[in-house]
Design a binder for this molecule. Structure first.
Ligand code: ADP
Ligand code: MG
Length: 682
């Protein structure tokens, strides 16, 4: 019988029913699954010089027992054993918990080796592993697997060893030879052995390098295959607008477009004019003029005889957008309508009727736009703002509203390139990387909370000049879990401090939507001078007269979020200020405050944010759509990601990829992931 990788793991020695059950729970059913279950870390027992070891690092050292061990009991089972160990010229303390029996093995002057966490400050090691005698360098890198219940790491090592010797030769390399040799990658079989049982640090590194590339390539192939499929669909709308007519409108705007805006507009218009469906991400920093570009695209759709939709995440934003579009198009005879959940009853029915009849040209709204009752006569262009707040499903639903409308997703959260090509890898990307000329830089300061008096005096001075201020708190109300400022307290504190002088508004997510609207309207009309708020004002809110942004406990927020908040000011002609109040305890917290006060470029900040927080946290927990990679790390392996993306794009464009047996394994991964139907397999 030929042994195949698809054999059940239970064919291996030592895997009985119970063990198999646990392995299944770990997602391991076949031998292939087992070989694909990589160690999540390695124990490195290579002896190190303590001088080079960092605080908290795990290390193995060899030394002579230098003091009688002292054993202390706490209760029946818990104990602590300490002794002095002379390692080279270091005299350190070794501490072992709950292993009283080790005392017998510790003889003054004997050589022992210990492995554990190095506490540089106390010059001590928290012993995890202990051996008598001199340390053997053999097998000094050991794989550690994530295990559970009755399966131990040692068992996993045995199973994997067995599987490697029986099966590794039968594993087929999914990568084509030409790529393996072009990048001098380790062969699949070699890499499988080296990732599980590395003989040297270098072979582990090479194995990892190979799997990182493979993982990225397979992922990017999916993205590129989807993109190609989309591009080839000719069922999209070919908008027949005349460019001259569009530019008539562009020239009527009170400003010339920036170079970046013009370039992006070109990209969008050529997508719209072509028969395939636009699926484009438009990135641009706050205030870079995305909305202006969106308006022009909506106008082009209108000229082509189609309706347009603009979907945004909040009602306030929907109103603001509807307002500004209304003003822009006033002279051009377009009908703009606003649909949110507060449009009810008869008004709603009428609006929906007019929409269906084609009397409304542009519909602006929140999630309400994607409800089933909303029917367009002929929807040609859909634009969403701050799109990462919408989930993948919502994006799809929106697209199904017309007959294959063109779709443009806008975001003002600059997304680091590595994330953009991963999370939105199937889309085309346009970037506005330039702000309109003459914008004043927002001055940003980082201060401690005990500077409050001076900040309030400064706010007061600006307010007397006629300006307005935002004050942001991380929480709505007091919490016994978190020691950070809350909006309710700050609101009453300021109401007291500025009594009879300024009017203070309060804004947070727990207000009903009409309350929110009232507060926002009052602030926009300058009836309220100071708006105390949580981060609900983060997205898109536009009050050009507001010039001060004060953020409490600023180290609580990510860089991208701080940047969004800061973008609420600096929207008018006056010099604006952002004051970050923070007493960060951690180094990263301090680092973040420093970066914020020095950098105003959103893309630069987003890259730093990604470095500091890691990809998982970048978008926050909800709806991030972040793929999980087994070996690869989007931040550290970004070069491999770029390479894989380019290779994937080239591959899907080549005929060989779709026909040559050399690419069979790669094509199979596309079929397995549902990107391709089985029919394309040849
Ligand atoms: P975004 O949507 O990217 O935040 P907006 O389109 O809302 O940016 O533009 C921000 C402000 O800049 C608006 O007041 C808009 O009228 C103005 N604006 C847009 N494009 C330009 C330009 N090319 N030159 C000058 N001002 C511009
Ligand atoms: Mg905008």
């Amino acid at each position: 019988m030929i042994q195949k990788l698809q054999d059940n793991v239970s064919v291996l020695k030592g895997i009985g029913e119970e063990t198999e059950k646990t392995l299944n729970e770990l997602g391991i059913y076949t031998v292939a699954d087992l070989l694909g279950y990589f160690p999540y870390r390695y124990d490195d027992y290579e002896l190190r010089n303590l001088e080079e070891v960092k605080h908290d690092e795990r290390v193995t050292v060899e030394g002579k027992v230098h003091s009688e061990p002292v054993l202390t009991y706490y209760g029946k089972k818990r104990s602590r054993l300490t002794f002095r160990l002379l390692v080279g010229r270091f005299l350190i303390t070794a501490i072992c918990f709950n292993r009283p029996y080790l005392k017998r093995s510790l003889v003054l002057g004997d050589t022992v080796s210990v492995t554990g966490k190095w506490d540089k400050n106390r010059q001590s090691i928290m012993v995890q592993e202990f051996k008598k005698g001199t340390h053997e360098q053999d097998g000094s890198i050991e794989p550690v697997y994530s295990v559970k219940e009755n399966v131990t790491v040692k068992m996993m090592r045995r199973f994997v060893k067995q599987a490697l010797s029986l099966y590794a030769d039968k594993a087929e390399d999914p990568l084509p030879k030409q790529l393996v040799s072009a990048y001098k990658l380790m062969s699949y079989q070699e890499a499988l052995k080296a990732i599980h049982l590395p003989e040297t640090r270098d072979s582990l590194k090479q194995a990892r390098r190979r799997f990182v590339y493979e993982e990225f390539l397979i992922f990017q192939l999916k993205m590129q295959a989807i993109r190609k499929k989309e591009r080839e669909r000719t069922s999209g709308i070919q908008h027949p607008f005349s460019k001259e007519a569009v530019f008539e409108f562009v020239n009527s705007l009170p400003f010339p477009l920036t170079k970046a805006q013009s370039r992006v507009l070109d990209e969008i218009m050529s997508d719209m004019a072509s028969p395939y469906r636009m699926n484009r991400l438009l990135q641009g920093d706050v205030g870079s003029g995305k909305t202006a570009v969106a308006a022009i695209a909506l106008y082009a759709a209108h000229l082509s005889g189609f309706q347009g939709a603009l979907m945004v995440p909040t009602e306030i934003l929907a109103e603001q957008h509807a307002d500004s579009l209304y003003q822009l198009f006033e002279k051009w005879g377009l009908n703009i309508a606003l649909l949110t959940s507060s449009v009810k009853g008869k008004r709603r029915r009428e609006l929906l009727e007019r929409l269906k009849e084609g009397e409304i040209d542009i519909l602006v709204g929140t999630h309400a736009l994607i409800q089933d009752e909303v029917e367009f006569q002929q929807l040609g262009l859909v634009i969403t703002d701050e799109q990462h707040r919408f989930g993948v499903e919502q994006r799809k639903k929106l697209r199904s509203k017309g007959q294959d409308p063109d779709v443009l997703f806008m975001t003002a959260t600059p997304i680091p390139r590595t994330l953009a090509i991963t999370v939105f890898g199937e889309m085309d990307v346009s970037v506005i990387d330039e702000l309109p000329a003459g914008r004043k830089q927002i001055e940003t300061y980082w201060v401690k909370h005990d500077m409050l008096e001076r900040i309030l005096a400064f706010v007061d001075k600006e307010l007397r000049k006629g300006r307005q201020a935002y004050i942001i708190c991380p929480l709505i109300e007091e919490s016994d879990k978190l020691d950070v400022q809350n909006a309710l307290d700050v609101h009453s504190m300021l109401t007291e401090a500025y009594r009879g002088k300024w009017s203070i508004g309060l804004m947070h997510g727990k207000l009903a939507s009409d309350e929110k609207d009232q507060v926002m309207r009052a602030f926009t009309a300058n009836e309220v001078q100071i708006l105390v708020s949580t981060t609900v004002v983060e997205v898109g809110v536009n009050v050009p007269n507001a010039t001060i942004m004060v953020i409490y406990d600023a180290d609580r927020f990510g860089l991208s979020q701080l940047h969004q908040l800061r973008g609420r000011v600096g929207r008018g002609e006056h010099q604006s200020f952002c004051i970050l109040m923070a007493d960060p305890k951690s180094e990263t917290g301090k680092e973040r405050m420093r970066i914020m006060s020095e950098t105003t470029d959103g893309f630069e900040l987003s890259e730093k944010d990604l470095e500091l927080r890691g990809p998982g946290d970048f978008f926050g927990k909800k709806q991030s759509g972040m793929p999980e990679f087994k070996v690869a790390d989007m931040v550290h392996d970004y070069r491999a990601l770029e390479t894989a993306r380019k290779d994937a794009a080239d591959l899907v464009q080549s005929d060989a990829f779709w026909t040559d047996p050399e690419y069979k394994e790669l094509r199979q991964t596309l079929i397995d992931s549902g990107v391709l139907g089985g029919d394309k397999l040849s």
